[in-house]
Structure formats: structure tokens, C-alpha cells
Design a protein around this ligand. Structure first.
Ligand SMILES: Nc1ncnc2c1ncn2[C@@H]1O[C@H](COP(=O)(O)OP(=O)(O)OP(=O)(O)O)[C@@H](O)[C@H]1O
Length: 378
């Protein structure tokens, strides 16, 4: 019932605000009244307005008892502009951005910020980047066709451009090895696994490498890859993590492989981040069963494209909202803070123009041998 009344009221407020040509400040003040964001007859009082090139920030003293309230989301429709509402130090902050995000930002509009730093997207306040040396593991969620694969390929492209000789990829391409097939020819790609057996074998190889690196770090009394001056970083990309969940239709052998995979992925999540192993865990079905609690607890960076439900959004980014993302490539990026971003777009053509020079020549005998070693783990 509340919802119906709220919906009608919101529609009326939006209609009224448009009709009366009020200033932004007046529209906000009217909205407080109309949605009942008041205590008795006391309403929030504006005490500071700060304008910048990207937004205007209105700060309010509020009567005791009022905090930030989901009802205030209606402001976005009233003002027809992006609005961010927050409540800090007993004050209400309403940030009204001057313009909406575009639906497409080309990859070349982002800079190279450092070896292990990758672009995540444009926000209302500018570009956002992610440093894999600060936060090693990332969950990338999103229903099919909303931008997950473009994003994963973009990350790979950027990391290869920044570190052609220092980055290694181990890819579990569990949707029939379709999304990353061509990448098997890149010198930076050490393994592409397309089924459970190949995945378990690729991950066993990663586990061995972790054990070796751990021994080395202990021997020089270093705590992490940076301190030990290890120049290489190894990225384990999983697309689609949902495929690694054992189910009834699998053979016993495959069930064992998926269990082994889960075990090693947990190990990577728990102990290997700081020694140079980074996990990018992609899924279109973020459910409690698929997002293992160990992995979730250790993957402190989350990117979510549009999802089917707010429950899925809650699992992926610990908050609703991903179910409302409006366009392809739009995502919620969450670490300590959260942002709405439009992720960089890069076409396949541009990817290969940028990193095609690192493809082994399939016609050479030596390269055929390398490719064979790279692809087949069974
Ligand atoms: N960052 C972006 N900006 C603008 N458009 C995008 C962006 N990313 C993807 N798109 C558009 O969305 C389409 C689908 O993207 P993508 O293939 O990455 O989806 P997906 O979620 O990975 O699907 P699947 O999981 O089925 O592979 C792209 O072909 C492109 O047209």
C-alpha cells in the first residue's frame, strides 16, 4: 500500500516540479514537504551551497530524528538530474550533478596510471581507476549482454599494454572457450581452460607456482610481491564461475575437478593476493551458492553490470541497485566507496590493433608447440 501511495505522490511531485519552473533549491525544499521528510512542522534547513564544475552540493541541518531516507531517491526524478544523497556528521548532503553520464566512453579517453592500475569507468565526478596491488581480487557480475565480457577483455588489454613482459593470465573460459579463444595465442596467456579437467589442471599449476613464490618470499623475509620486488603479476580470470558449481548432471570425475578448482580458488583468494596473484571472478548468477563466502570475503573490489534482481545485486555488491542499471556498460563499482560508472568501451578490432603484436605467429613451428602447451592441460 505504501508503495502505491509513494508512486502516486512521486508522480505528482515530478509533474508539479516541472510545471512550476522553480529553482533547484525550491524544488528540493518542496519535495521535503511533499514526501513527509519533516518532523512535525520542522523541515531541513539549507545552510550551505557549493557549486563545482560537475555538481552543486546542498548541505542541510535536519531536525533530530531524520537521517538519510530512501524516499529522497525521488529527487533524481524531480530534478531530472543525477543526485547522490548522503548523511554524515548529522547533516544531509544532496549532490546534484549538472549532467548525466554518456552511454559510451571510448577506451582511449582513459589514461595509463601505473603498472597494475586499470580504468574502471567514468563517474559523474571524473574517471575511476582500480589498483590491483591495493585490492588484488575482484568480482565481476552481470547478466548476459550487459558488458561483462567487454570489460574483462578491456582489463586484459590494459594490463598487457602496461606490462607486456610482466603480466601472466590463466583463464578459465567455461562458456565453451568462446569468449577468449583468440587470446590463447598471446604470449602473456599461460593457460586457457575450457572444461573442468583443464581448469583443475591449470589451477594446480597456479597452486604450485604460489607454493614456490611463498618459499622464495620466506627465504628473503619479504611479506609481499612489492617488498620482494617481484616484477610479475598473475591474473586468474574465471568466466563463468557458476559453471564451477558441482551439480547432479555432472559425472563423478567432473564433480571432483570442480571441487579441486573451488579449493584452489579459495586458497588463492585467502593467501595469494599480496604475493602477486590476482583473481577476477566473473559470474552472471551471483547467488550465495556460487559466490563462495571465502572468495566473497577476500574479493574486496566488486563490479556489477545489470542483474536480474535486487537480491542478486545484494550478493554481488552488498546493496541493491544493479537491477536498475539502465544501459550496456553501466556498472556499480564498489570498494570502500561505491560509484555508478560507465565502463570503457573497446571493440575487438581496437583490442587487436593494440595487443595483436604479442600474438605468436601460428604458422611458425615453435609457436605451434607453445600454443599446444598453452591450451591443453588435460
Ligand atoms: N562499456 C560499454 N559501453 C557501451 N556499450 C557496451 C559496453 N560494454 C558492452 N557494450 C555493448 O553491449 C554488448 C554486449 O556486451 P558483452 O558482450 O560484454 O556482454 P556480456 O554481458 O559479456 O554477455 P555474455 O556474458 O553473454 O558474453 C556489446 O556488444 C556492446 O554493444
Amino acid at each position: 500500500m505504501d508503495y502505491v501511495i509513494g508512486g502516486g505522490l512521486a508522480a505528482f511531485i515530478i509533474y508539479a516540479a516541472k510545471k512550476w519552473n522553480k529553482t533547484e533549491k525550491e524544488k528540493i525544499q518542496h519535495t521535503f514537504q511533499n514526501i513527509g521528510y519533516v518532523v512535525k512542522d520542522k523541515e531541513p534547513k539549507l545552510f550551505k551551497t557549493h557549486k563545482s564544475t560537475t555538481h552543486t552540493l546542498y548541505t542541510y541541518h535536519v531536525p533530530y530524528g531524520l537521517v538519510d531516507d530512501p524516499k529522497l531517491e525521488v529527487l533524481e526524478k524531480v530534478l531530472n538530474k543525477p543526485v547522490k544523497v548522503s548523511f554524515a556528521n548529522g547533516k544531509l548532503h544532496i549532490k546534484v550533478y549538472h549532467s548525466k553520464l554518456n552511454n559510451n566512453y571510448s577506451y582511449d579517453s582513459f589514461e595509463s596510471k601505473g603498472k597494475w592500475i586499470v580504468p574502471i569507468g567514468k563517474t559523474y565526478d571524473g574517471s575511476v581507476y582500480h589498483d590491483f596491488d591495493d585490492i588484488p581480487h575482484m568480482i565481476v557480475a552481470g547478466s548476459t549482454t550487459w558488458g561483462k565480457t567487454v570489460f574483462l577483455r578491456m582489463l586484459m588489454t590494459h594490463l598487457i599494454e602496461n606490462n607486456p613482459n610482466g603480466v601472466e593470465f590463466y583463464i578459465l573460459d567455461l562458456k565453451g572457450r568462446l569468449a577468449f579463444n583468440r587470446y590463447r595465442n598471446l604470449k602473456q596467456v599461460k593457460a586457457i581452460a575450457g572444461d573442468y579437467k583443464e581448469s583443475a589442471n591449470a589451477l594446480k599449476k597456479v597452486k604450485k607456482s604460489i607454493d614456490k613464490d611463498m618459499d622464495y618470499l620466506r627465504s628473503i623475509d619479504a611479506e609481499n610481491a612489492k617488498e620482494a620486488n617481484i616484477p610479475t603479476r598473475k591474473f586468474i580470470i574465471i568466466d563463468e564461475a557458476g559453471e564451477l558449481k558441482p551439480d547432479k548432471s555432472m559425472s563423478d570425475e567432473d564433480k571432483e575437478y570442480t571441487k579441486k578448482c573451488q579449493q584452489i580458488l579459495n586458497h588463492i583468494a585467502r593467501v595469494a593476493g599480496q604475493i602477486g596473484y590476482k583473481m577476477i571472478y566473473g559470474t552472471q548468477y551471483p547467488t550465495k551458492e556460487i559466490l563462495d563466502p571465502q572468495i566473497k570475503a577476500n574479493a574486496l573490489a566488486r563490479v556489477s553490470f545489470r542483474l536480474a534482481t535486487s537480491v542478486q545485486s545484494g550478493v554481488a555488491v552488498d546493496q541493491p541497485g544493479a537491477e536498475k542499471l539502465e544501459c550496456k556498460g553501466r556498472a556499480i563499482y564498489k570498494t570502500v566507496d561505491d560509484y555508478i560508472v560507465q565502463t570503457p568501451f573497446i571493440s575487438k578490432k581496437e583490442i587487436w590493433e593494440r595487443i595483436g603484436r604479442y600474438e605468436n605467429d601460428p604458422s611458425s613451428k615453435e609457436d605451434q608447440k607453445t600454443r599446444k602447451n598453452t591450451v591443453h592441460f588435460g
